[in-house]
Design a protein around this ligand. Sequence first.
Ligand SMILES: Cc1ncc(COP(=O)(O)O)c(C=O)c1O
Length: 378
Amino acid sequence: MDASFFDRPIERRGTASFKWDLYGGDVLPLWVADMDFAAPPPVVEALEACVAHGVFGYALAPDSLTEAIAAHLEARYGWRVEPEWVAWLPGVVTGLNLACDAFAAAGEGVMTVTPVYPPFLEAPGQRGRRLVTVPATVKDGRWELPLQEMEATVTSDTRVLFFCHPHNPLGRVWRRHEVDAVLDFCRRHDLVLVSDEIHCDLVLDDLHHVPSALAGPDAADRIVTFMSPSKTFNLPGLNFAFAIVADEALRRRFLRPAEGLLPFPGCFAIAAAETAYRRGEDWHAALLAYLRANRDALERFVAERLPRVGMTHVEATYLAWLDVSGLGLDDPAAACRSAGVALSPGGEFGDPAYLRLNFGCPRATLDEALRRLSAVLA
Ligand SMILES: Cc1ncc(COP(=O)(O)O)c(C=O)c1O
């Protein structure tokens, strides 16, 4: 597997694609977080085999799926996960909402660091809980956790910390000492740590993702981890994710509000997820190399051609967080759309002075989008 696999343009317009069909026309969509790449070939073959079978009955997630997930987590992170710790979810966003119901009572606080993936900001209010936000800080050109401000802001009725790890949209891989500090904060304020690690397999630099639960085995009774093959292997349309909760009582608390509400994973998701974890490694390695090259090209372009746009180094994810405050645009996302590129408005993440750009696309698409964007952002 090499870069040519990811260079291949694939028409997505007219495929019920949220990313490509929302705006239509000649707008290049570098917004919603999926990639314009085909899934690993063994995954496509596994799905073709499901289709050829032709019977789409109720599915039972086999033990071999949990074993494949556990093998992946042990090989990549040295984290040994027992099968009973794993609970299936139709998506991580469902998990975020469930965590609000499970761990905070009506009106109690759910804290998160902004900017952040919009459902972190929406879920507490949707569940009648109180959103508590603390803005991340930049130090020497690098985003950092606002630990002091978190201390100053947390209240006695704050129950949960939503932790985006690695961080969307800041692109940070939180280091071991930062994860330790977050765990310490949660212990001292008796918070449940909801660690969304959906982007953990997308570390682009020579850095290691440290799962929160691995960093804090003694805090297992307060850690819920969310993961999914959806970002790693570009399968988000299959609606499959999972929670890992080592502590049985915490797991029961987490799942109680879900009783009767969660669908079982479907046959396509099961086949794709197991195959991706077992046979997606070559594709995944080639993907990381491709994303790294896109990231480097984007960083160079911004530095050389968009001097009024700020961009911090993206350590993980295929998402860049662009500071466009220096341009004086009323509605930066609308200005970019009128130039033919859809980016995510920063306001949805908690800071309207920014735009989020998704570089999970063929290089030619990225180059064309950057050419168009220079008209408004140069
Ligand atoms: C941090 C984070 N969590 C969750 C999701 C979405 O998860 P799901 O599609 O499983 O609900 C995304 C998608 O962009 C994300 O960036």
